[in-house]
Design a protein around this ligand. Structure first.
Ligand SMILES: Cc1cc2nc3c(=O)[nH]c(=O)nc-3n(C[C@H](O)[C@H](O)[C@H](O)COP(=O)(O)O)c2cc1C
Length: 171
């Protein structure tokens, strides 16, 4: 069976299958790296990275659990997850999943770009200001998860004003 390739921003995905971002700890380096290596889109979850590798990167623990925004989400762990995923998939398109509802949304998006994400996928809210956090990373494609045509129209209007890039599909 053959599939047409998929273009997302500047990235060509050989097989148009996207693995869903799954936290905590389900879609990290091994799953996402393997999906990307096979030609799909592997999606690294940024949720709860402080738990990665037995909480090695968590800055503070409370009752044995990563505690505080710098600990539950660990930038260092996210970088390590991307580094290990890249060992599996090389430079094939690899995505990061950042929920809009989190406190540090902008920071996590920016750090995902720094860690080497090619695509940022955001659900759990309407990310009207998403492009603002990726300004310095013009090759990174932005993929909002929307649940209605109305939400898509709002984003298109906002993002077009900001970046002149996002276009509604015709029809
Ligand atoms: C265990 C689990 C964890 C998930 N965690 C996230 C998440 O962190 N972020 C997100 O955007 N979606 C999350 N999802 C949603 C999936 O990415 C996907 O969009 C959803 O499961 C729909 O795909 P499906 O119909 O094939 O299950 C999660 C789903 C599952 C089953």
């Amino acid at each position: 069976m053959s599939f047409p390739s998929l273009k997302i921003g500047k990235h060509i995905v050989k097989i148009p299958i996207m693995q869903g971002g799954m936290g905590v700890g389900i879609s990290w380096d091994k799953l996402a790296g393997s999906v990307s290596a096979e030609g799909g889109i592997g999606v690294i979850s940024t949720v709860g990275t402080g738990y990665y590798q037995n909480k090695e990167f968590a800055k503070g623990l409370s009752f044995g659990r990563p505690f505080g925004s710098d600990s539950f989400y660990s930038k260092e762990a996210l970088f390590k997850i991307f580094e290990n995923a890249r060992k599996i998939c090389g430079d094939k398109p690899l995505a990061s999943n950042v929920l809009y509802a989190i406190n540090d949304y902008g920071r996590v998006v920016r750090e995902s770009c720094e860690a080497g994400a090619d695509i940022i996928i955001t659900g759990a809210g309407l990310p009207t200001n998403m492009p603002e956090f990726t300004e310095d990373f013009p090759d990174v494609a932005l993929v909002p998860i929307v649940s209605s045509a109305k939400a898509l129209k709002i984003l298109n209007k906002r993002w077009k004003a900001d970046t002149n890039e996002f276009q509604m599909p015709s029809s």
